[in-house]
Design a protein around this ligand. Sequence first.
Ligand SMILES: Cc1cc2nc3c(=O)[nH]c(=O)nc-3n(C[C@H](O)[C@H](O)[C@H](O)COP(=O)(O)OP(=O)(O)OC[C@H]3O[C@@H](n4cnc5c(N)ncnc54)[C@H](O)[C@@H]3O)c2cc1C
Length: 307
Amino acid sequence: MKYDVLIIGAGPAGMSAATYALRSGKSVLVLEKESIGGQMSNSPRIENFPSVKESSGSDLADKMFEQMSAFGAELELDSVLEVQKRGEGDFLVKCEYNEFSAKAVIWAAGAKHRHIGVPGEEELVGKGVSYCALCDGAFYTGEDVVMIGDANTALSYTMFLSNCCRHVYICTLFDKFFGEKAMVEAVLARENVSVEHNLSLQSFETDEKGELSGLVFENTKDKTRREYKVKGCFIAVGQVPNNEPIKALVDLDAGGYVIAGEDTLTKTPGLFVAGDCRAKKVRQVTTAVADGSVAAIQAASYIDGLK
Ligand SMILES: Cc1cc2nc3c(=O)[nH]c(=O)nc-3n(C[C@H](O)[C@H](O)[C@H](O)COP(=O)(O)OP(=O)(O)OC[C@H]3O[C@@H](n4cnc5c(N)ncnc54)[C@H](O)[C@@H]3O)c2cc1C
């Protein structure tokens, strides 16, 4: 079956796009490689989505999913490997298990965690190193952990971890935080949180089972060594956009984000880009949802214009 619109990513951008495209009378298939909600599922508390005073990211994701499903959205769990344009109004989307075709494609694949690149990091994922406090924080209940990062994600994770861990040490590379003032203040008010700035991670230490046992940093100002004996380390040092499967069809900026304006148009007619994977200044649930709505309206109008 050829769909009107294939939407890649069931984060807020993709789910908003699905709702708008379906309400424009188009058939829609959403392709998602992990689970619905995207990054917001990792947020224990969202307080800045209009009309929802406070919600966990996963509850908000469930509501978006219910809404798009009520309009008839289909969801397939599969990982998109490549998007090809065969002709005007004719896209082929190749996934890990299946292939799908559509008249238009909305790319809403978001972004993933950046790794620091210190030797041993990859091997220690699941053995003490984590990029998701909400997923793995409970494993360290009652223990001391290190949080590496200086912006909103690191601050949000610290709030979550400080509820279950004995102590959270936040280590930042520079001499300040780059997150929202209210979040910085909330974190600094926690008694079981301490902050050390100007720390550059040098190495991971492991025990006889090959699991994390400590972290060694260098203070970039006075060049002293700083060591933390912890079994848990959470890393939130930025993101890498998930744009590899469409790189042949779009222009990317230096960070790998798709260059497209608020109209969500790419250089390939019929391919639209929405949410955190697009080059823009503010990456939030609200801006992702806005992009998704615009992309769906643009896609519907592209389809209506096909001969
Ligand atoms: C810890 C944390 C806390 C946050 N807190 C807030 C907050 O309080 N308020 C706020 O407004 N924002 C918050 N954000 C930011 C917000 O979650 C993001 O801006 C938003 O989720 C971006 O939505 P998106 O749909 O563009 O992308 P994403 O949420 O990244 O969703 C993209 C989806 O695409 C899927 N995907 C990727 N590649 C493929 C592929 N090849 N094939 C199939 N599927 C694919 C992914 O699995 C993912 O589900 C937070 C983020 C984090 C990490």
